[in-house]
Design a protein around this ligand. Structure first.
Ligand SMILES: NC(=O)C1=CN([C@@H]2O[C@H](COP(=O)(O)OP(=O)(O)OC[C@H]3O[C@@H](n4cnc5c(N)ncnc54)[C@H](OP(=O)(O)O)[C@@H]3O)[C@@H](O)[C@H]2O)C=CC1
Ligand SMILES: O=C([O-])CC(=O)C(=O)O
Length: 264
């Protein structure tokens, strides 16, 4: 590895462009932006725009900010080149085919950002100390951010006209990330931290009065009971996701550099 961590950003959209710009200006001590990879041409990229094979030649870390399908597209290529992959679209890691192969992949590592939630360090600790009886994750967002093409017209109408909170989804983590791939990656972050999907149940609410996206994690573990409530402002450029997310990715990159202090 060179002295600084050589970073490639895949996906130069709302999240990736913020991450790329800030790594490029040296905001993450010990990291440098060497390339961006994006489906379409990027006007004035903060580093050279390359295709993935070319970008991998000079990379230590690829940061995915492009969506769950892109994780599936690139994961083998990145880690088999000995490059670490930091995943933002963490929901992809719950896919049964990919999750089954993860322990065999390498020599690069597959890493997940905590993204728009927190408390994962303590949940990971509790999973080592006896595990969980139950974990309930309840997310509330603005109705407009949750409308999906696969919904029945009646459900779309209900979301458009809601005057009070509506339960949009209740189910397993795998169902959650498959049905809401741009909105519930955080569920996979929690599942990864606790090392299992089994104790985790997910509820998604649409609230017309919501000015913030709320994620409430309520966990009952052998070592204690934990309640985390995160209230994020939605991103101005993409109301489906939280404005904090690119900064969480920057924090995750910072944790991979050699520069203390780091909270691990
Ligand atoms: N873990 C978490 O807490 C969160 C995770 N996320 C994840 O982050 C993802 C990105 O979010 P956001 O930045 O808002 O989305 P955007 O739609 O703004 O950006 C996606 C970018 O990825 C690019 N892209 C798409 N396909 C490819 C490809 N095959 N190769 C290279 N680039 C590609 C797009 O290119 P083009 O210019 O051609 O459109 C676009 O620039 C979300 O889809 C979600 O999965 C989001 C919020 C929170
Ligand atoms: O930003 C958020 O609120 C969470 C999100 O979109 C995701 O996890 O995909």
């Amino acid at each position: 590895m060179s002295e600084s961590l050589r970073v490639v950003i895949v996906g130069h959209g709302v999240i990736g462009s913020t991450v790329a710009a800030r790594v490029a200006t040296g905001e993450v001590v010990g990291a440098e932006l060497v390339a961006v990879v994006n489906r379409s041409p990027v006007a004035n990229p903060p580093a050279q725009q390359l295709d993935l094979p070319a970008a991998l030649k000079g990379a230590d870390l690829v940061v995915e900010c492009a969506g769950q399908p892109v994780v599936h597209e690139i994961v083998d290529q990145v880690v088999s080149a000995g490059v670490d992959l930091l995943v933002t679209s963490v929901g992809a890691l719950l896919d049964p085919e990919l999750s089954g192969r993860l322990p065999q992949l390498g020599p690069g590592r597959v890493l997940a950002t905590h993204g728009a939630v927190g408390g994962l360090d303590l949940l990971a600790a509790a999973s080592r100390g006896g595990g969980f009886e139950s974990v309930l994750m309840r997310t509330t967002k603005q109705p407009g951010a949750l409308i999906r093409q696969w919904m029945e017209p009646e459900q779309i109408e209900l979301l458009r006209t809601a005057t009070e909170p509506v339960l949009v989804f209740s189910g397993t983590p795998n169902e959650a990330v498959a049905l809401f791939p741009e909105s519930l990656n955080i569920v996979a972050g929690v599942a990864t931290a606790i090392g299992s999907v089994e104790p985790l149940r997910v509820e998604l609410y649409a609230d017309p009065a919501a000015t913030m996206s709320t994620h409430r994690i309520q966990a009952r573990a052998q070592l204690g009971e934990y309640l985390f409530e995160v209230r994020n402002f939605p991103s101005r450029d993409n109301p489906r996701s939280s404005a904090i997310t690119p900064f969480s990715v920057l924090h995750s990159i910072s944790g991979l550099t050699q520069h203390p202090p780091a909270v691990l």
